[in-house]
Design a binder for this molecule. Sequence first.
Ligand SMILES: [Zn+2]
Length: 245
Amino acid sequence: MLTKDLAICLRTVDYSETSQIVTLFTKSNGKIDAIAKGSKRPKSAFDGPLEVFSFGRIIFSDSNKEKLVTLTEFEQQPTFTRFCNDLFVLNCASFATELLTHLTNEHDPHPDLFESFLQFLQNLQDTKDNSEVLALLILFQLTLLNEAGLKPILNACVNCKTNFNTNWLQVYFSSSANGLICRDCEHAFPDRIKLTKPIINTLADLKKIADTDENTLFGIEKVLIHHFTETLGRRPKLAKYIIKN
Ligand SMILES: [Zn+2]
């Protein structure tokens, strides 16, 4: 059976002189592994070799219900050019791709997440500075957690359910509790990390993220990387290109 879909390429591996095996995030079929026979030939049905972030309409055949589907067409849209000339933008896009790959399952469709990822890659093309890039990355990561069923609680103490307000003298984040912890409950959560005022003010009201300074955004990203490390059971490989420690 031939299936039409939209896809963003997450990973490519050379299979032979002329073919590639690719991991695609599709809109209607979720993440799939596919073989693209002849994709590296000068003339093919793939508009040239596939690369990470290649995006466009695809046709694939999965008649054998094998794990690896056969890609028969990839009508590539113009590439995201910004990734070639801005290393931080490329690193953030690659990091988001790594997280997406680990937090989604094969053949498990997430059409809204597909749209968010595509929009994230498109928005990165127009960013003016690192703050804007980081803000987009943070918002995408929160969307990803949400879609993976892991939405953190950022407006109340997870333990006693007291709503957060800006008068709280100390606020913590616990990865095991998946959200904020207040001062009265902090002793029960040994993995808690303390959040600074600017970090919690932005996390509790994400509309403020566009006006948040770069330092605070890096602070939020550090909390998220800690959280993804705990969630995945290991530090994401590309985290070192976002936050140096
Ligand atoms: Zn509490």
